[in-house]
Design a protein around this ligand. Structure first.
Ligand SMILES: N[C@@H](CCC(=O)N[C@@H](CS)C(=O)NCC(=O)O)C(=O)O
Length: 230
């Protein structure tokens, strides 16, 4: 039995972290037996991040490495895809995880209206008298990381303009398909679906969440991917 070490559910999602939700999708698609174990503290984990899986006393961190581990056990997430589609899949995964994800971070941690709700959810187990100080310190570190990454320097309007082509690219693939590469989910859906779900699940309206909610194709896709974890 594989154990997925994950952040707990938040904002109606499998986890407050779309990467943990991605790992849950990969596990489900792999057909392996698995269970979840929730934690809020990644400090003892490989790379000090979640998701992590525990399999036969081995800890495997990072969702890409989790994917590789499951593939080494026979999972074929992209079975039937052409080499051309596999290369596009790679690019879609990177777009979701290395671009859309950081907009979610900024929407949750950088938006002064949304932040208080995020703080009270993510840091709920920290005693109230110290919660504000701890959360503020982590928020400051994270937002300075976003300045280094670059997206933290843009206005919400400029950020939406950068997201539009990504959302168009995803919608285009879904125009005639239930999932990104046809009628059945593949590895790209395990990454793109949770990033879109997390984008609309942040506790408050943002330009990104409104933009996605206006798009019936994206909303239908989000529901289909979320349903896979039922
Ligand atoms: N590249 C990693 C990203 C995982 C990640 O960024 N996890 C975040 C939550 S969404 C985390 O655990 N952050 C804790 C920290 O940075 O201290 C993956 O694919 O698993």
């Amino acid at each position: 039995m594989i154990t997925l070490l994950t952040y707990p559910p938040a904002f109606g999602q499998f986890s407050g972290s779309p990467f943990c939700t991605k790992a849950a999708h990969l596990l489900k698609l792999s057909g392996q037996h698995w269970k979840r174990e929730d934690t809020l503290d990644p400090r003892m984990m490989p790379y000090k991040k979640l998701p992590v899986i525990r399999a036969e006393d081995q800890l495997i961190g990072d969702s890409d490495m989790i994917r590789a581990f499951l593939e080494s056990r026979g999972a074929a997430f992209d079975a039937g895809l052409s080499e051309m589609d596999k290369s596009t899949s790679r690019a879609f995964i990177r777009m979701a995880e290395e671009h859309i994800y950081f907009h979610i971070v900024l929407d949750r941690w950088g938006n002064d209206d949304i932040w208080p709700k995020v703080r009270e959810t993510y840091f709920a187990t920290i005693p109230k008298w110290i919660r504000g100080v701890v959360a503020h310190r982590i928020r400051k570190t994270l937002l300075s990381g976003m300045m280094v990454q670059g997206l933290g320097r843009f206005t919400p309007e400029q950020r939406l303009a950068r997201l539009e082509p990504d959302l168009d690219a995803i919608s285009t693939r879904l125009w005639q398909n239930k999932f990104l590469f046809g009628d059945r989910p593949t590895a790209a859906d395990a990454s793109v679906g949770p990033m879109l779900s997390a984008s609309i699940a942040s506790p408050g309206e943002t330009l990104l969440s409104s933009r996605i909610k206006e798009n019936a194709i994206l909303m239908g896709y989000i529901t289909r991917v979320e349903d896979m974890l039922d």
